[in-house]
Unconditional design. Sequence first.
Length: 108
Amino acid sequence: MAAEAEEEVRLEVEAVAAVYGEDCRVYCDFPPHLVVHVRPNTADDSSQQFVELFLGIKASSQYPKEPPHVYAVESKGLDENRQAYLISSIQDKAKEHSYYPMLVILCE
């Protein structure tokens, strides 16, 4: 059962990497540790990208039972208050989805 759960997590990490492509760097697939470059969908043109975040997600071997640690690696266009609010909101979402695969959800 543990091997099956670990494989599900590895597949979830693979899915995040597939969705985000070059915007995703996987440091470890189990327990998951990755950094995803996120920005508004409206900012496909790099000259219009005024806000962006490199979102770090690091989970323990108890993931998804325990939500992962979410942190800002780097950001552009976000002051400290907005960055703290964004990270706090993502952490709240992680707590809401405990016991369920959530990596893609957290990056949205």
